[in-house]
Design a protein around this ligand. Structure first.
Ligand SMILES: NC(=O)c1ccc[n+]([C@@H]2O[C@H](COP(=O)([O-])OP(=O)(O)OC[C@H]3O[C@@H](n4cnc5c(N)ncnc54)[C@H](O)[C@@H]3O)[C@@H](O)[C@H]2O)c1
Length: 272
């Protein structure tokens, strides 16, 4: 991405691991955004910011639990004091926990759905209030998953949280329309691990069994209509589009960057 589509903007991205969130943060920085990298794990917040700076961009890392209201408020205030505010919010923080309704504990359910839903709620609330106070037309983008559109067994917290986030997006889009704030979502799918393996290495967090990870994604690749899987950079490009003036008439929409997986007729299996 060479065009400086987001020059003079500030993006706040939550959940900046070397996988998708970090890829989005790096991708937005490449097109000119200053980035606030937010994560509960200091190495994912700070390493992401350090890598952006190393590549000539501007970024800060902020350690924050997205479910903690005081920490969220402090993070939004920090973005204001360092960069003057936020133009683009990307709610991406997540934990995975593949359990079903029969075996998931209440504490696990509450934690997973809180990170997905309460985290997006709190950041949207405080960033949108700041945008409104500053009369700043902004963009909010929530990261969904194909599992938010389909009934995956034994992944009940994730499926429920992600489909909730889909309609949270529409509801908030309608509420914030009068302030010139656009709210959209992006649906990734199973993601080619190549780019994340490379990024993890570059960040000094190498993945121990990279080949095993590649093998794990092979069945997903075969099932995808395009017979290849998207990478984080594809999501970053789509987010840069949604946050740019090119998408000025788009709000309340879900943009699926999923190699055709949601559109696939259930009884059709692509040939290998
Ligand atoms: N990995 C995939 O193939 C895939 C597929 C579809 C959708 N997605 C979505 O993409 C997004 C990123 O996924 P990923 O695979 O990069 O996940 P990941 O596990 O690599 O990264 C998630 C990050 O969120 C952080 N986090 C967890 N709890 C937090 C909290 N309470 N406060 C702040 N940060 C917290 C983690 O520390 C981690 O850095 C998620 O929204 C996920 O649902 C991922």
């Amino acid at each position: 991405m060479s065009e400086q589509k987001l020059h003079n903007t500030v993006a706040l991205v939550t959940g900046t691991s070397p996988n998708i969130g970090g890829g989005i943060a790096e991708g937005l920085a490449e097109v000119g955004a200053k980035v606030v990298c937010v994560d509960i794990h200091p190495e994912n917040a700070n390493q992401c910011a350090a890598e952006i700076v190393k590549r000539g961009g501007q970024a800060i890392g902020v350690v924050c639990d997205v479910t903690n209201e005081e920490q969220v408020k402090a993070t939004v205030a920090r973005a204001h004091s360092v960069y003057g505010g936020v133009d683009i919010l990307v709610n991406s923080a997540v934990i995975f926990n593949q359990k079903g309704v029969l075996d998931m504990s209440l504490a696990e359910w509450t934690r997973q759905t809180s990170i997905i839903l309460t985290g997006a709620f709190l950041f949207t609330k405080y960033v949108a209030r700041q945008m409104i106070d500053q009369k700043r037309p902004g963009n909010i983008i929530n990261i969904i998953s194909t599992a938010g559109h389909q009934g995956q067994p034994r992944n009940v917290g994730y499926c429920t949280g992600k489909s909730g986030l889909l309609n949270f997006t529409r509801s908030v889009a309608m509420e914030l329309i009068e302030y010139g704030i656009r709210v959209n979502s992006l649906t990734p799918t199973a993601t080619d691990p190549g780019e994340s393996i490379e990024r993890a290495e570059r960040w000094g967090q190498p993945i121990a069994n990279a080949q095993q990870l590649r093998n794990m994604f092979e069945p997903f690749r075969k099932g995808a209509p395009m017979r290849k899987l998207p990478s984080p950079q594809h999501y970053a490009k789509a987010i840069a589009f949604l946050a740019s003036a090119d998408a000025e008439m788009i709000t309340g929409m879900d943009l699926r960057v999923d190699a055709g997986t949601i559109a696939r007729y259930w009884a059709w299996t692509p040939e290998n």
